[in-house]
Ligand binder design. Structure first.
Ligand code: HEM
Length: 280
């Protein structure tokens, strides 16, 4: 009996040292990865854009990743905070560490090297490194298959990717953004050359003559609708808008750069080329 109790105590101690039991996950890509690895049961709260899978959407929300405060996170008594370098303001990381909380901050960039580090970083934190590598390989295989059908740098459709319509501005994804990466991965051409997410004026939009307009279905300015796009003074004159080539997409799926990136690329290619890539 004494031996059994001793073994149990050792087991509990090992669990305590090894596996995090109260995770706060701040970044949809990170949250999705934790759930993908089967550790969703340990997540106690997330940021507001961690909306997939449904079990993650149902968890308490601590605010937007770029507008956080440390108090809400500390109140969850996490033994691990998993996040990315998108987290703002930066002082929150320091405040969490000062409160004695282990923080694991992963690269948030929208490219494949950062995706790999993100998946492997979450895998390492949860003892799932082999699964992380397999997941990454599966994603890149799907991306490569789309790239073979629709090589980058060709004469694919010119795309205008709208992040939001806040304050009357049309804020679009330029070079170096997740939107730009996605467009290129699907053999499209980004209508915006300037770097980052930028407001673009009516004249520049008309001159760009996009073949397809894509917008996030939910963002900082609330839900997006086709009606809002069609009625917008800077968009209403575009041939793509007048002929109904307007698509609303789930921003977390398409721009989140998480474990569903392979699925996102297939769905986006389907949307640009209508070739059924998502069904293959
Ligand atoms: C439901 C609300 C929101 C959703 C679904 C949302 C979603 C997104 C997505 C998918 C992106 C592109 C991918 C990324 O870099 O993360 C993005 C970028 C961005 N969001 Fe939000 N967002 C929301 C609210 C807000 C709010 C309230 C702010 C104001 C602080 C904000 C500020 C930004 C900024 C500045 C970027 C561009 C970052 C860059 O330059 O790379 N968002 N958002």
């Amino acid at each position: 009996m004494k031996r059994l109790i001793a073994l149990l105590l050792v087991g509990i101690a090992m669990l305590g040292a090894g596996e995090p039991r109260r995770i706060v996950s701040i970044d949809p890509a990170v949250t999705e990865t934790v759930f993908q690895f089967g550790h969703g049961g340990a997540v106690v709260a997330t940021d507001m854009t961690s909306t997939w899978p449904a079990a993650a959407a149902a968890l308490p929300k601590l605010g937007y990743i770029r507008q956080l405060n440390a108090e809400g996170i500390i109140a969850q008594r996490p033994d691990l905070v998993l996040t990315s370098d998108k987290l703002q303001p930066r002082m929150v990381i320091e405040q969490l560490q000062q409160a004695g909380i282990t923080v694991r901050e992963l690269p948030g960039a929208a490219d494949l090297p950062a995706l790999r580090q993100r998946l492997l970083g979450v895998g390492e934190a949860l003892g799932e490194s082999a699964q992380a590598q397999r997941l990454y390989d599966g994603i890149t295989a799907r991306i490569d298959a789309v790239a073979r059908r629709h090589p980058a740098g060709g004469t694919g459709p010119r795309v205008l990717f709208i992040l939001h319509l806040m304050g009357g501005d049309v804020v679009c994804g330029g070079s170096g953004t997740a939107a730009d990466w996605l467009i290129r991965a699907c053999g499209g051409r980004n209508g915006i050359d300037a770097p980052g997410y930028k407001p673009v004026g009516a004249e520049a939009l008309l001159a760009m003559r996009p073949d397809v307009v894509v917008a996030m279905s939910t963002g900082p300015s609330g839900p997006m609708t086709r009606e809002r796009i069609v009625a917008h003074h800077a968009l209403t004159g575009l041939a793509a808008v007048q002929s109904g080539r307007v698509h609303l997409v789930d921003g977390t799926l398409m721009l989140g750069f998480g474990p569903r990136l392979g699925e996102a690329v297939e769905a986006f290619a389907d949307l640009l080329h209508g070739d059924g890539a998502a069904q293959r």
